[in-house]
Design a protein around this ligand. Sequence first.
Ligand code: UD1
Length: 421
Amino acid sequence: MDKLVIQGGIRLSGEIRIAGAKNSALPIMAATLLTSDVVTVGNLPHLYDITTMLELLGCMGVESVVGEKMNVEINSSTIRDFNAPYELVKTMRASILVLGPMLSHYGQAEVALPGGCAIGSRPVNLHLAALKKMGADITVENGYIKASTKGKRLKGAHILMDIVTVTGTENVMMAATLADGQTIIENAAREPEVVDLAHCLIAMGADISGEGTATITINGVKRLHGCTYFVMPDRIETGTYLIAAAATRGRIKVKDTRPGILEAVLSKLEEAGAEISLDETSITLDMHGQRPKAVSLTTAPYPAFPTDMQAQFTALNAVADGSGSITETVFENRFMHVHEMNRMGADLRVEGNTVIFRGVNNLKGAPVMATDLRASASLIIAGLVSQNETSVDRIYHIDRGYECIEEKLQLLGAKIRRLPS
Ligand code: UD1
């Protein structure tokens, strides 16, 4: 397993380009199962999760042609097998996103039941309950979700989600596009990636309104057609580099992004002392060489502060001036990075779903281990603000969600290199 070795203590400075959003690309790739026409998806990030989704579609018989600029043409008319195997689902939980489209278009689907992961139990009960309400026959046998419409079309239904779920909303929204009649999703996720998926589905001929609000209405149509769609920029990647720059007291510009989808994070960065300037597609952050100020926060579904940026902000707070608390309300076990940061000299204490922190002047480099995608990013940030050397092990997590992270950080002046094990 590769590791990343970081010599900390350098202020990040410079400009980088943000890639397409992983969490938007994955559902959009799954949505290509809703039509027998070719769908071209552009601005795909160069990530393991994208390769896994292509592999998953490929093992079901779907043909795809990857172009030069991370565009891919996906043709699902060649599908011959409606089974998402455990070997792939276990490496990427977002594989569950093929369930709704396959069931709605082809009337059948078998998807391995995703297990728990490093950040919590992550059940898919709400996906299944909603699809059942739309008329699907669903059983769970031998670790597989077996779903069928018994030769009929799914029926539109009124779905009230007990909890805001991003992929749950996406699965149901995709299934509803080809259902018979109207589906209303209440307490729907409002994440920008849900909106991006809705826009792609609309470009494929779907009748959807209310995306970006808590009530999404979908009027089922008989068929969807092909389209070309460019994935939105990755707000989590954007935020991660901005937080890294703030933690290192630096000044950076991130380009090809969308400032409007990061409001909660930008406002917390300003609270931490960053000067932020925006134009339509870029964000400049400048700490004027100052140490960040401690910022308390609570994660919650969009538009509140995203759970996917909690770990990175914990790294910033670990070296901030002052003390405070970070409360995680979305996942039950998302503080694994805290223990690693304490090994680097941080003063962080977990109490239930809250981390109480007192910022220290400096962290000290140490060998640390990544447990999940965003925790890996936070440990890299911790390494960047440490004196001497930090090595982050198990970085396959980071390659799932960050495109060329060491190259981008090198562009910003960081001393970071990948060591093959
Ligand atoms: C998506 C994102 C992930 C992000 C998360 C929360 C993708 C591919 N991944 O994950 O990066 O961290 O949103 O913003 O987009 N829940 C249930 N039952 C369900 C579904 C969810 O209890 O059927 C719970 C989960 O355990 C969790 C909460 O709902 O506590 C929110 O999870 P959810 O929004 O579904 O996360 P994902 O869609 O898996």
